[in-house]
Write a protein that binds this ligand. Structure first.
Ligand code: NHX
Ligand code: ZN
Length: 607
């Protein structure tokens, strides 16, 4: 609500009345300052002493003039009492002038009508806001959809690197928006809504913008969270408004980001649905059913949680087309890096292909972030262009946060950190199915005191059971090293443990990798419906026996991983000592330095 205050007469009137009231208040206090307030008893004594020269009796106050002991003429006031003898006293003591006073007309008018006038004013103000055009204050129900001028948003598919399939799918929408008449003549059914699925940062918004840009139509965007407001009915009215805007400017493209904020499965969560959200969702469904693609309006929505969407949204005639916007593959990442690198100065030696290889699982936003960080790092060091070292540091920053050299650890603690990280590294080096170690460091970064970086060999889309088991063993490499070397445990392995537990749980309940349980999905989300709050419902759909078995199987995997790590590190304690010495000296070891330390020394471990 950042609208300018409207300059309408009501506002001017409002401010003027406010000023008058303040002025009157100040005035009266100023007068009061010169008046002496007398007790009624003092007043009566003064009458009897003949000091009073004038009296005005009003229903609420008695005012007048009196002489004090020094003979000064002063104003006074006092509170009237139920005193039938007052007039008699005044007469008997020869007060020269006394008088009764009516309430002033202004006072009595304000007293009786003031509240009503204020109410009326407020009511008028509200009504104006609600009924008047979109620019009035309190226009709650208006959509905040931002229209992007088609001439301004020159984003086209050329600017969208990667996701070739999604672009291809969207071509049809572009063709339709470019010339709705052509499609209408043929009578084919054009999709009304397109749902873009993809992880955060994969470029769903950019794609939608590019569709509008390609077709040269106006682009109206809103975020699902904007529709979920405090007041019931506001969201629904915003939805109505958004569609109205789209229709007015047809052919046009509507974009709703984070549609899961509104379109979450109804009746999900404790206490049934959220009234306001449900109304908003219903309104959206109504609008989608109501509008005809003949009008040339197409709705694109984006979400990263397709599983929580209300099935009603996905029925034919609504979002009947669903397009996956995947995490970029290696070649896509290279393309994306190329696009962003155009905006900064980079060294000739920088090989973006290497950066793309180093960043599996990264999405477009992360890559943009890396390029930006690299430029900032180069600028900080007064370089004229970003070099490969800047990019390496930028990747680490985006992955784990900035290095925190300010954390100073005692030599004792440094040793612990070095052993923990060496433990991860050596276990990873030993196990054939574990991802190769790229780098190990005892420089604190983000939340971690030390880190071991692993990099898969190529693009990996599947993980086998053996690979998962090895992953868990590597995760326990840190804990195992602490156990072996110091024979005590620290809190530091918490993140490793939580990751291992998550993976083990998934292996059992989702991936069907437990022999005892077999390929049964026991995932609480797999039923498609979200019941009570996530954590409360944990495993409540399982029989007691099955729950127990799940726990046992998870524990078995965990124990197995820890055992593997322990066995490896017990056998290779010497190598670990060497690696710790190197780490304490150099702080960071790259894959070559690690290889030099372990070369030819890793022997198979029995069991
Ligand atoms: C603390 N941090 O919380 C200190 C500052 C055992 C040598 N008292 O396993 O740093 O104990 O292999 C993401 C990544 C919490 C989220 C790491 C949340 C680490 C990291 C706890 C190394 N490296 N643990 C590791 C570590 C810690 C933590 C995280 C996270 C340590 C260990 C953190
Ligand atoms: Zn660790």
């Amino acid at each position: 609500m950042k609208e300018k205050m409207p300059k309408n007469p009501w506002f001017i009137f409002f401010w003027i009345s406010l000023f008058i009231i303040i002025f009157m208040l100040m005035n009266s206090t100023r007068q009061k300052a010169q008046e002496v307030e007398l007790d009624y008893s003092q007043f009566k004594q003064n009458i009897k002493a003949g000091m009073i020269s004038m009296v005005e009796v009003a229903p609420e106050i008695i005012k007048g003039q009196f002489k004090n002991e020094k003979g000064e003429l002063l104003k006074f006031k006092t509170k009237p009492m139920n005193d039938p003898n007052l007039v008699k006293d005044l007469e008997e003591n020869n007060v020269p002038k006394f008088n009764g006073v009516e309430k002033s007309w202004l006072t009595s008018f304000l007293l009786s009508w003031g509240p009503i006038i204020l109410l009326l004013l407020f009511w008028f103000w509200m009504m104006r806001g609600m009924m008047g055009g979109g620019k009035q204050a309190m226009a709650f129900g208006k959509s905040k959809a931002k229209a992007a001028n088609p001439n301004q948003t020159k984003v086209t598919f050329k600017d969208v690197a990667g996701c070739a399939e999604a672009k291809e799918e969207l071509q049809e929408i572009v063709a339709f928006l470019k010339d709705p008449a052509k499609f209408q003549k043929l009578g084919g059914k054009i999709p009304k809504g397109v749902l873009l699925f993809g992880a955060p940062g994969t470029g769903k918004t950019l794609l939608a913008k590019a569709v509008a840009g390609e077709a040269g139509v106006p682009f109206f965007s809103a975020s699902g969270s904007e529709f979920v407001e405090m007041f019931v009915g506001v969201g629904a009215s915003r939805v109505r408004d958004l569609f109205e805007q789209g229709r007015k400017n047809a052919p046009s493209l509507l974009f709703i980001d984070e549609i899961d904020a509104v379109g979450r499965h109804r009746f999900a969560g404790i206490g049934g649905g959220h009234d306001e959200r449900e109304q908003t969702l219903n309104q959206m469904l109504v609008e989608m059913d109501g509008f005809d693609t003949k009008e040339g309006v197409i709705l694109i929505a984006a979400t990263n949680r397709p599983d929580v969407l209300d099935p009603a949204l996905l029925r034919p005639g609504r979002f009947d087309r669903q397009i996956v916007v995947p995490n970029p593959a290696l070649s896509d990442r290279k393309e994306i890096l190329d696009v962003h690198a155009k905006n900064i100065k980079i060294d000739a030696e920088v090989n973006l292909q290497v950066i793309a290889k180093r960043t599996p699982g990264f999405v477009g936003a992360d890559l943009a972030n890396i390029v930006n960080e690299a430029a900032l790092l180069a600028a900080r060091k007064d370089q004229t262009s970003a070099n490969m070292k800047n990019f390496e540091e930028a990747i680490d920053r985006v992955m784990a946060g900035p290095a925190r050299k300010s954390i100073v650890s005692t030599p004792d603690e440094l040793k612990k950190i070095a052993y923990h990280e060496s433990g991860h590294t050596i276990v990873a080096k030993m196990l054939p199915k574990a991802d190769p170690v790229h780098k190990v460091s005892i420089i604190p970064r983000g939340q971690a005191l030390g880190l071991t970086w692993q990099l898969p060999d190529g693009e990996k889309h599947l993980t086998t059971k053996e690979e998962a088991m090895d992953k868990i063993a590597v995760l326990f490499g840190g804990r195992a090293a602490e156990q072996i070397v110091f024979n005590e445990l620290s809190t530091g392995a918490s993140n490793d443990i939580s990751q291992a537990t998550k993976l083990a749980t998934k292996m059992v309940t989702t991936f069907g990798m437990s022999d005892k349980i077999g390929p049964i999905s026991l995932d609480k989300d797999s039923g498609g419906e979200v019941f009570l709050g996530r954590d409360i419902s944990k495993n409540s759909h399982l029989s007691e026996k099955m729950s127990e078995l799940v726990d046992i199987e998870i524990k078995k995997i965990i124990d197995d991983g820890l055992k593997t790590a322990m066995a490896i590190l017990k056998k290779h304690k010497k190598i670990m000592d060497d690696m710790v010495a190197q780490l304490l000296k150099k702080e960071t070891l790259d894959s070559d330095e690690i290889e030099t330390i372990v070369k030819g020394r890793l022997e198979p471990v029995a069991g």
